[in-house]
Write a protein that binds this ligand. Structure first.
Ligand SMILES: [Zn+2]
Ligand SMILES: [Zn+2]
Length: 333
């Protein structure tokens, strides 16, 4: 495959950063006074890890216990296929293609990814992109819609509420609706706006499609209902937490290979579960790169899809950081 790829531009697509030039590591706001707390920092990290990990473990346990009539290989396959398609709709479509313009592709392919992104029920594509560009613009500073660090209260309670705000609480803040100044290019794109307006249709389709498939395979109404349950609702639950964990987990746990103006982390577990988005420090260091897993061993399913599209001449203008820029921004070991 040709390696003649576009160098990633030095600034993200969003309006110029409030951080200015990156010279030193960003220090998250810290409180000077720590109140007396019931848990140590390590105990607190362990408690939050349990809060994040136990619900999916509980769900997997429920799946095992329900194995047979209510859950079997067919429902598992439908769940995995729908998780993968809608997950790639978010990562390849909503995120790398629409939000960061990390590559270009033919209109039917971009519509395909945007529709499956819509089925993930994470919001209309323009709202999602606007919110995400604002995240990059203010990352971990005041104005970031979902930072676990910015403006958080001190101590254990502040740390926990900051984490939960980054994971899911931010969705219920009114300020999320004021981000459209970040997306003038999307607001003037007729195809994107049409897909955007039909968002409720895509969400409904994401529930109906697995129901129809399972209903036709089993030729029963029970099969159709269970198809909606596993391939629709359960799949949405798992993908929601996977995506939200990029905002919460990947700004708290993991390591930092590159200097970025925030607390973003590379987290291998999320790298796998979220199709490459867990290499989040790489992404914040090079926001418009089509590839997030920058090392050969950093599995990045979304990049493999984009690279395959390019090999088939279905994608071009693929942006990647040069070796020089990666070396210049690498953190000292
Ligand atoms: Zn981030
Ligand atoms: Zn991004």
């Amino acid at each position: 495959m040709s390696q003649e790829l576009l160098e990633e531009p030095k600034t993200p697509l969003a309006p110029s950063s409030t951080h200015g030039e990156i010279e030193d590591d960003y220090e998250a706001p810290t409180a000077t006074v720590e109140p007396e707390v019931p848990l140590s920092r390590n105990e607190m990290h362990l408690a939050m890890l349990a809060a994040v990990a136990l619900p999916p473990i509980g769900m997997i346990t429920a799946m095992v216990m329900a194995w047979g009539e209510l859950f079997n290989g067919m429902y598992l396959a439908v769940l995995i296929v729908m998780y993968t398609l809608t997950g790639l709709g978010i990562t390849v479509g909503y995120h790398r293609l629409v939000t960061h313009k990390a590559f270009a592709t033919r209109t039917p392919i971009s519509i395909f990814f945007m529709i499956f992104g819509g089925m993930a029920a994470q919001g209309p594509v323009v709202w999602w992109s606007a919110t995400h560009r604002r995240h990059h613009h203010h990352s971990d500073c005041t104005g970031d819609p979902h930072s676990p660090h910015a403006s958080r209260a001190p101590g254990v309670i502040g740390w926990c509420t900051g984490f939960m705000h980054a994971h899911v609480g931010w969705l219920f803040r009114d300020s999320n609706d004021n981000n459209y100044s970040y997306v003038p290019d999307l607001l003037s794109d007729r195809v994107i706006m049409r897909i955007n307006r039909l968002f409720p249709v895509w969400v409904a389709a994401g529930l109906i499609l697995p129901g129809v498939v399972c209903g036709l395979i089993t030729m029963t109404w029970t099969g159709a209902v269970l198809g909606v349950l596993w391939g629709g609702l359960a799949r949405m639950f798992l993908l929601h937490h996977s995506t939200w964990s990029i905002n919460s987990v990947c700004h708290v746990w993991g390591w930092r290979d590159y200097r970025s103006d925030d607390e973003s982390r590379n987290n291998p577990v999320m790298g796998i579960l979220s199709f490459g988005e867990g290499w989040h420090n790489n992404h914040h260091a090079f926001p418009t790169s089509a590839r997030h897993g920058l090392k050969w061993w950093q599995l990045d399913m979304s990049w493999l899809i984009i690279r395959t599209l390019k090999a088939c001449r279905l994608a071009d203008k693929v942006r990647l950081p040069t070796r020089e820029r990666m070396a210049a921004r690498a953190r000292a070991k």
